[in-house]
Design a protein around this ligand. Structure first.
Ligand code: ADP
Ligand code: MG
Length: 258
C-alpha cells in the first residue's frame, strides 16, 4: 500500500495479485472544444494492460495516442468512460486524491525530457520523490545514475548534457522512484538510433527486473518491437492489437493504416 503523508492511498499495491494490478480502460471518449467546433480525440477505447507488460501504442499523427496516454495516466480527464488502476477507478477520484495516487504509482518519460534546467542532475532524479514528501537518498540517486551510465554527472546541469544523456536522467528518475506504471510518450523521438536503443533496453529492464507495467507511444517500428504488444490507433479508435510482432510486421501494418 502506498502511503502519502499520513494518509494511506488504496490503489495499486505490491501485494495485489497480477490480476488485481491490471490497468483497465473502458469506453473512453475524449472531446476537445476548438473554437465553435469539437475534436473527438478518443472514440470509445476499450483495452486492458496486464501488470508487468510492455505495450507500444502507434498510429498516424493526430490519431489520439497522446490523449489516450494522458487519460490512462490520470493527467487528463476523459469526457466519458473509465480507467481503473488495479481496484481503484481513477476517473472517479477528486483532483487532490488523484494527484497523490499518481505520484505514488506512476512515472513519465516524455520526448522533451521535462527536466528542470536550474536543478542539478541529482536534484532532478529525486524531484518526484521529494514532491511526495519522501526523504532524499543521495546514495540511491548516485546508484541509479550509474545504472543508466551517468555515474559522476550528479552535479551537472541538464543543459550541459546531450539529448540521450538527458533522457537517461529522466529514466534514472523513474528508477529512483520505481513506479508501478511507466508511461512514455515518444521517449526516443529526439534521439539517434543507437541512443534510442539504449533507452529502450532500460525500459525493457524495468519491465523484466522490476515487474513494471510500461505503456509507450512511438512512431518507430523498431522501438515498438521492444514491446510485448503493439496497439495501433486511427481516428481515436484502436484498430490493431498485435502480440510480439517483428519490426517488419509493424512497419507493414502501419503502412496499411496511412
Ligand atoms: P497523437 O498523439 O496521436 O498525435 P493527439 O492525442 O495529440 O494525437 O491528438 C488527437 C487529436 O486531438 C488531434 O486532432 C489533436 O489536434 C486534438 N487535441 C489534442 N489535444 C488537444 C487539446 N488540448 N485541445 C484541442 N485539441 C486537442
Ligand atoms: Mg502525440
Amino acid at each position: 500500500m502506498s502511503v502519502v503523508g499520513n494518509e494511506q492511498v488504496a490503489g495499486v499495491r505490491p501485494e495485489d495479485t497480477a490480476a488485481d494490478r491490471r490497468i483497465r480502460v473502458h469506453g473512453l471518449h475524449r472531446e476537445f472544444k476548438r473554437g465553435a467546433s469539437r475534436v473527438h480525440a478518443l472514440r470509445g477505447v476499450d483495452v486492458t494492460f496486464s501488470a508487468g507488460s510492455f505495450t507500444a501504442v502507434m498510429g498516424p499523427s493526430g490519431s489520439g495516442k497522446t490523449t489516450l496516454l494522458q487519460c490512462v495516466a490520470g493527467m487528463d480527464r476523459p469526457t466519458r468512460g473509465s480507467v481503473h488502476w488495479g481496484s481503484v477507478e481513477i476517473t472517479k477520484l477528486r483532483e487532490r486524491k488523484l494527484a497523490q495516487l499518481r505520484r505514488a504509482t506512476v512515472g513519465f518519460v516524455f520526448q522533451a525530457y521535462n527536466l528542470m534546467p536550474a536543478m542539478t542532475v541529482a536534484e532532478n532524479v529525486v524531484l518526484p520523490a521529494r514532491l511526495m514528501g519522501g526523504r532524499v537518498d543521495r546514495a540511491r540517486a548516485r546508484d541509479v545514475l550509474v545504472q543508466v551510465g551517468l555515474g559522476g554527472c550528479e552535479s551537472e546541469r541538464p543543459g550541459r548534457l546531450s539529448g540521450g544523456q538527458q533522457q537517461r536522467v529522466a529514466i534514472a528518475r523513474t528508477l529512483y522512484n520505481r513506479p508501478e506504471i511507466l508511461f512514455a510518450d515518444e521517449p526516443t523521438g529526439a534521439l539517434d538510433r543507437n541512443t534510442g536503443r539504449e533507452i529502450l533496453w532500460l525500459l525493457r529492464e524495468g519491465v523484466e527486473s522490476h515487474g513494471q507495467t510500461c505503456v509507450m507511444v512511438t512512431h518507430d517500428p523498431l522501438a515498438a518491437s521492444f514491446a510485448d504488444r503493439v496497439l495501433m490507433m486511427t481516428d481515436g479508435e484502436l484498430v490493431e492489437d498485435l502480440t510480439k510482432p517483428s519490426a517488419a510486421v509493424i512497419a507493414e501494418k502501419l503502412g496499411e493504416l496511412s
